[in-house]
Design a protein around this ligand. Sequence first.
Ligand code: NI
Ligand code: MN
Length: 237
Amino acid sequence: MAHNRFTWCGHSTFRIETGEDKVIYIDPYLSANPACPSELQKVERCDIIALTHGHADHLGDTIEIYNEHRPKIVAIFDLCWVLGKHGVAPEDCVGMNIGGTVDVGGVKFMQTPATHSGSMDDGGEQVYGGDPTGYVIELEDGFRFYHSGDTWVMADMEFIAKLFKPEVAMLPIGGHFTMDPVAAALAAKMTGVKRVVPMHYGTFPVLTGEPEHLAKELEGTGIEVLAVEVGQEFTLP
Ligand code: NI
Ligand code: MN
């Protein structure tokens, strides 16, 4: 089977083209993302969007992509409800909740908690958009990875390891709004993964955490830091 092709679009945004030719975006923060190069801002195809929470740097271009490509959107129930007010049809938003698993066309999404906040900009007003989340995503070939969303390190990461056994984790390292590299190193160990893809750093000046610091913290653990460049395609597993 063909590999799954991942592209980091900067911040917490990933584009995944699965071995079975599905295009998934996680937190499609593209047009307003200072780290996202212009060639990645254009969405040619999209079958599924997974949203970790409603903050603007994660919701990003969801509505525009939805209007153009009509993907299924996976999000916490309360966020789906707000998206409904912005034209997303109820049958297109797979509203779930923490602990649940949904199967969207052969791709499984296990929703995990995150220690963060969760609101959405609704015409200039911050409205409740559900609790913040992350996902363990199982692609069609059985490969499982964890995208934590914005979070602090949390004890639940041990449950994620035990229950879902992800092989790779995308973890924020920028600090200020999320974990820094020291906390992310602990998170990497707790989730039981072999490789970590650092995210949510460098986008803005306050997100000062760096992959080198994470790598130093993980020295001797056998956990590899996969510090991908924005726009560089990488394959997993
Ligand atoms: Ni956030
Ligand atoms: Mn964020």
